[in-house]
Design a protein around this ligand. Structure first.
Ligand SMILES: [Zn+2]
Length: 107
């Protein structure tokens, strides 16, 4: 195993004042998207530092990997993915992938 030199640079810490200030300049005027995260999240794939654009959720009961828009809150059983990894994801053997229509080009 070789650890990438940029690994420690991932922004996984608490939100900084800069993030909070930046997050308040809303594109949505506060009307339709009340729960957008104020802290940018990054792709959860190792060695990828692109901003997360989608959230992957494994539904173990149905053997489905569901890819949808980035969730409002990062939860332990979900994985944030950048656009590249969201569109290139392959399902484990015996599993299917369900893609939200936010990424129709990937279906
Ligand atoms: Zn990625």
């Amino acid at each position: 195993m070789i650890s990438a030199p940029g690994e420690s640079g991932r922004k996984t810490g608490v939100a900084s004042a800069w993030d909070i200030t930046r997050g308040t300049t809303s594109l949505y005027s506060g009307t339709t998207m009340p729960h957008r995260p104020i802290r940018p999240r990054l792709c959860s794939k190792a060695s990828c530092s692109h901003p997360a654009k989608a959230t992957l959720t494994y539904v173990y009961g149905d053997a489905q990997a569901v890819i949808g828009p980035l969730s409002a809150i990062a939860e332990p059983h979900t994985y944030d993915l950048c656009e590249v990894h969201a569109t290139s994801l392959t399902a484990p053997v015996g599993w299917s992938i369900v893609r939200h229509q936010a990424y129709p080009e990937a279906i």
